[in-house]
Ligand binder design. Structure first.
Ligand code: ADP
Ligand code: MG
Length: 709
């Protein structure tokens, strides 16, 4: 695949004088040759200006020497002292240990790798200035592999006079190099001033520092900078940049939305007889919220331009039937509809529902997944291409190479909150038939507060099913320390004795899915022993898909009493007979995730419960989070409280924030900026259209620019 190289852009960019440095290639800087430029290109840095927008991830304080006696584990600090003891000891390997003292205390410096010359140099009596992270070691505090300099020869460099920025690094570009380069870029910016693309009328009431000052500050914070604010990303200089970045993304999505809505689509103007017949055959009537959303979809699909609509609805709010109604509109117009689910299991679940609902109306429902191979697949593909299957349900396989539709008018994507702009675009491209784009309906159970939805999904219209069907018994949630595990096991016993089923969700281990799988296996073994006579099975992310699905199918069929799982079961599984959900280490999970997991129970007529187990001690925020879960089962309320609670430094569920590649901004942390971002975007789209392209270029760049795929 051809990647845009720095040099290919350079040619276009270097034409004509450009005093702002806006498009001056990085190679214009001293010491930047082709190979370095290429490496920088991998960081998205192609111009001098790009360097200014390559923002530090964090800072180190090397502005002052810290007395050793005042160090605490976890500090990253500069210390200076005299080597009192130097020895090489043999643990499995040779280790060089130095004892450094400064009169206030002493510290061990530990080197696992060292040269003969280093050993020679680092002798007793030598004065060193070191920087590194302090940790607790076997002999008190220590630093492993500190950066160090001799402090007793005139060559000792004074401490730094600004906080040291730490940049996102890439193979082959050292931090030191990035610091030198950003210093050059800042110097240029100071004399030539970076162009501020925000209109003056906007800047006036933003109440944040000007762009140039903000950039200078975040790249080189003064020694007295409030480090807690900086670490939290809440300094006004950072917020100023976050505002611009969010604005650039908002503008980009809004323009994309305009563009997409100019394309042709099948206008589905039909009387709606099939829909009426489906409604008449259902054992329930639609909730008011379902009716409202149905009307919104109908209005969209009657247009000759593609619908792009996100339907948000809490777990169990009845999104599937709304999708089925939309599909029937396409069928009645003589077109096709496709529904895509993220897993085989979910796809099969939908297939069964759709067959039950649509086939009595004469609309055959096909199925296509990765499992379908050989002759059966060929047969299905042929029928799809000839238009003999008006509705097709499946997995990603639906939009793979070789799948052609005769007249695809509607694509429904279920439970795909991981679906970003790019995937949405790719999908619609693949669905083009006879030059027309399919209508798109995206369904998600992740409730997102309105301002966030307007930001992350600015290219979509949003509908909300904010009501559950009547007659559900809300899930009771209890919070227990894991010291009361035995009681929880007993609950499983009694649930299964009553003919119900249970889930046990093992902790998420972010660093390693191997460890996570292992922990889940251990838990399953322990529980199987504690629950004689009960079928215990396990699913985790490292199992092959087929095995996972076999187990899930057996659970659904009732052959398994307790399903031990990692968080893989989070999305969409529908087993109405399951009435108990146990979540271990719930204090480590985000609210959105807990809510999704809890949504797996309470789907049948049985009273259900959810046990959130935690390991003491609980942090203040974790305690609050678990309290929210106990107090409400309403997904939107959960999301609202989530937004309030999420402080910096807490583990973020990346799902909601991972929709966009953001450099400084954080959708959660900076949520309070969003209303102003939206107003600013409107103003610029109306009155300052010329400023939009350079602003987008600056923040979104060439690499990740949205656009038609
Ligand atoms: P989700 O929005 O989580 O995808 P589903 O579409 O799976 O929810 O619906 C959950 C259950 O509620 C299904 O069994 C569905 O048939 C049922 N259901 C949907 N709408 C209604 C309604 N208006 N009244 C009663 N039950 C409904
Ligand atoms: Mg669903």
């Amino acid at each position: 695949m051809q990647r845009p190289t720095p040099s290919s852009r350079q040619q276009g960019a270097s034409v004509g004088p450009d005093p702002s440095g806006e498009s001056r290639p990085v190679t214009a800087l001293k010491g930047v040759g082709f190979s370095l430029a290429q490496k920088l290109g991998r960081l998205g840095v192609e111009t001098v200006q790009d360097l200014l927008f390559l923002l530090p991830l964090r800072y180190e304080d090397r502005t002052r020497v810290v007395p050793i006696g005042s160090l605490r584990p976890g500090d990253r600090a500069v210390v200076e002292g005299e080597v009192q003891l130097a020895e090489v000891v043999f643990r499995k390997k040779r280790v060089l240990l130095l004892r450094l003292a400064d009169g206030t205390g002493f510290l061990t410096l530990r080197f696992f790798h060292f040269s003969g010359a280093q050993q020679e140099q680092l002798q007793r009596g030598v004065r060193l200035k070191c920087f590194g992270e302090v940790r607790r070691g076997p002999m008190g505090l220590e630093i492993v592999h500190p950066e160090y300099r001799r402090a007793d020869r005139g060559d000792a460099q004074a401490v730094e006079d600004v906080l040291t920025p730490v940049y996102p690094s890439t193979e082959g570009v050292q931090q030191g190099r990035l610091r030198v380069l950003t210093a050059q870029a800042l110097k240029e910016a100071a004399t030539q001033s970076v162009r501020d693309w925000l209109p003056p009328e906007l800047l006036a009431d933003l109440g944040l520092p000007p762009l140039a000052a903000a950039l200078e500050y975040v790249h080189r914070p003064p020694p007295d900078a409030p480090q807690d604010l900086l670490a939290a990303g809440r300094h006004p200089a950072q917020r100023r940049l976050a505002f611009e970045e969010l604005l650039a993304h908002q503008l980009s999505l809004r323009q994309l939305r305009r563009e997409l809505r100019r394309d042709p689509a099948w206008p589905l103007t039909v009387p709606g007889q099939l829909e009426e017949r489906l409604l008449a055959s259902l054992p329930f009537s639609l909730t008011a919220a379902q009716q409202r959303v149905r009307a919104e979809l109908r209005a969209d699909m009657q247009q000759a331009h593609p619908m792009l609509r996100l339907v948000q609805g809490d777990v169990g709010s009845g999104k599937t039937v709304v999708a089925a109604l939309a599909a029937l509109r396409a069928v009645e117009a003589g077109c096709q509809a496709a529904l895509m689910a993220p897993t085989e299991l979910l796809a099969e679940q939908h297939w069964q529902n759709f067959q039950r609902w649509l086939e009595p109306l004469g609309a055959e429902v096909g199925f296509l997944s990765g499992k379908l191979t050989g002759k059966a697949r060929q047969l299905a593909l042929g029928r799809i291409q000839r238009g003999e299957l008006p509705v097709v349900v499946g997995t990603h396989a639906l939009f793979q190479e070789g799948v052609r539709f005769a007249r695809l008018a509607l694509v429904v994507v279920d439970e795909q909150h991981r679906f970003g702009v790019h995937q949405r675009l790719a999908l619609r491209e693949k669905g083009v038939c006879e030059g027309r784009f399919p209508h798109q309906l995206i369904m998600t159970a992740t409730p997102i507060p309105r301002t966030l939805a307007m930001t992350a999904y600015a290219d979509l219209d949003v509908s909300v099913i904010d009501e559950l069907p009547p007659g559900r018994t809300p899930v009771t949630t209890v919070v227990l320390p894991d010291s009361r595990r035995a009681e929880v096991v007993e609950r499983i016993h009694s649930a299964v004795r009553e003919g119900r089923q249970a889930y046990w969700v093992c902790p998420l281990i972010e660093e390693s899915d191997v460890l996570e799988a292992q922990a889940a296996e251990d838990t399953a073994a322990v529980l199987a022993e504690a629950l004689p006579g009960i079928q215990v099975a396990l699913v985790h992310g490292r199992m092959p898909a087929a095995g996972k699905e076999r187990t899930m199918a057996r659970f659904k069929a009732g052959a398994i009493g307790l399903l031990v799982a990692t968080t893989v079961i989070e999305v969409g599984v529908d087993v109405p007979n399951a009435s108990l959900m146990v979540i271990e280490n719930a204090e480590r999970m985000g609210l959105a995730q807990l809510h999704q997991l809890r949504g797996r129970v309470g789907r049948g007529e049985h009273a259900s419960s959810c046990v959130l187990m935690y390991r003491a001690p609980l942090s203040e925020t974790a305690r609050e989070r678990l309290k929210v879960m106990r107090e409400t089962t309403d997904g939107f309320e959960v999301a609202r409280r989530d937004l309030e609670l999420r402080g910096p430094g807490e583990l973020l569920g990346t799902r909601q924030t991972g929709l966009m590649q953001l450099k400084v901004a954080d959708l959660m942390r900076d949520a309070d900026l969003l209303p102003r971002v939206h107003r600013a975007a409107e103003m610029m789209l109306e009155r300052h259209t010329d400023n939009i392209a350079p602003l987008k270029r600056r923040w979104i760049g060439a690499g990740t620019r949205y656009g038609k795929v």
